[in-house]
Design a protein around this ligand. Structure first.
Ligand code: KG4
Ligand code: ZN
Length: 325
């Protein structure tokens, strides 16, 4: 079995995955959302202190499996430096005391493998990764053949939901709150401009939408918030769909997946389903509990890396806050 640790942002999570069957044996996650909610976003220093409490608490429950472990895996990139360090330090300590090899897992690969927790992987996949830190389209052929074909030039999709919620004085994380509020609103009332429409580049941008929403919030009152949320969600999603639709004409998908925390958004899921229907492509989604950050997805990647003997030495294992796939 492999013990995997995730602490790249505000979720402390540990999983144990069976190597032969790729099945998840144990998984626990302690979220810090409530603690960060008062600040309207993640405070890195607070997050690392909370990881230092939560990770050892979860680890206690893993003790019965220690004798069956063959490797220790940990998210090393990308993420917040100070929170990544919490997981990495624990992984190094376990590696030394239990005399086990280390596996350094890229968090974005983790999100892609969230599709395959408890399952065999299916490739190729055209993947839309939408989270708090990332908005990108990735062509995935295998574990080691992943190519990012588009990404955001500024804010991410999930982050823009968080910021809009904050403008309205609503809870963090903003994604689920805005999605719920949007259900009661008119998505056509505000007609915010869809970004980068004249540009041929396959890229995303959310800063313009954010500023337009800020103006609407400032000029409106609380009674307008549902319409603003619905109009925002509509334009934020339509932006993704229009850009991806153009790309798919020359790159027809066989399988299309949405991963990352914001893949929980049903409005987005429905639009993507309609977008890929003409291609007869299958839509892949992670189970809801594996959409947001978790160690189960990290453990699933680690199994593949273990089979390839892709180990990292103690001194090589570092936190890399900014890293591509
Ligand atoms: O993957 P994740 O847990 O963390 C990162 O790796 O960033 O994603 C968290 C992000 C937050 O920005 C949150 O607001 C967003 O995912 N999110 C959503 C929804 N649920 C979570 N965004 C839009 N609609 C949702 N239903
Ligand atoms: Zn994530």
């Amino acid at each position: 079995m492999i013990l995997s640790i995730e602490s790249s942002c505000d979720d402390s999570s540990i999983a144990i995955t069976d190597i032969a069957t790729k099945k998840l044996i144990f998984h626990k996650k302690i979220s810090q959302e409530l603690e960060h909610a008062v600040y309207g976003g993640v405070v890195p220093e607070l997050a690392s202190r909370l990881h230092a409490e939560a990770l050892p608490r979860i680890l206690e429950e893993c003790k019965p499996y220690f004798r069956q472990l063959k490797a220790i895996a940990v998210t090393n990139a990308p993420g917040l430096a100070v929170t990544l360090m919490e997981g990495i330090t624990m992984a190094k300590a376990l590696s030394v005391t239990l005399d086990l090899p280390l596996i350094a897992v890229n968090h974005l690969k983790g999100h892609i493998y969230s599709l395959f927790v408890d399952k065999e992987a299916v490739f190729p996949q055209t993947v839309l990764l939408v989270s708090g830190g990332h908005t990108q389209v990735v062509e995935v052929k295998s574990l080691n053949e992943m190519k990012t074909v588009a990404s955001t030039m500024d804010d991410s999709f999930g982050e823009s939901f968080d910021k809009v919620a904050k403008m309205m004085g609503l809870a963090y994380p903003g994604g689920p709150v805005i999605e719920k509020l949007a259900k009661e609103g008119d998505p056509k009332r505000y007609g915010f401009t869809i970004p980068l429409q004249q540009k041929k580049d396959f890229a995303f941008s959310y800063s313009g939408i954010k500023n337009a929403v800020r103006l609407a919030v400032e000029e409106g009152s609380e009674t307008d918030y549902a319409d603003i949320a619905a109009s925002f969600q509509e334009v934020a999603t339509e932006h993704l769909i229009r850009k991806i639709k153009k790309y798919l004409v020359d790159h027809p998908p066989k399988n299309f997946a949405i991963v990352g925390g914001a893949s929980a958004n049903l409005y987005l899921r429905n639009k993507v389903e309609a977008m890929i229907a003409p291609y007869g492509a299958s839509l892949y989604l992670a189970e809801l509990k594996y959409c947001s950050d978790n160690a189960a997805m990290i453990g699933r990647v680690a199994v593949e890396m273990y089979l390839e003997k892709a180990f990292t030495s103690l001194h090589q294992l570092q936190a890399t806050p900014r890293a591509p796939l």
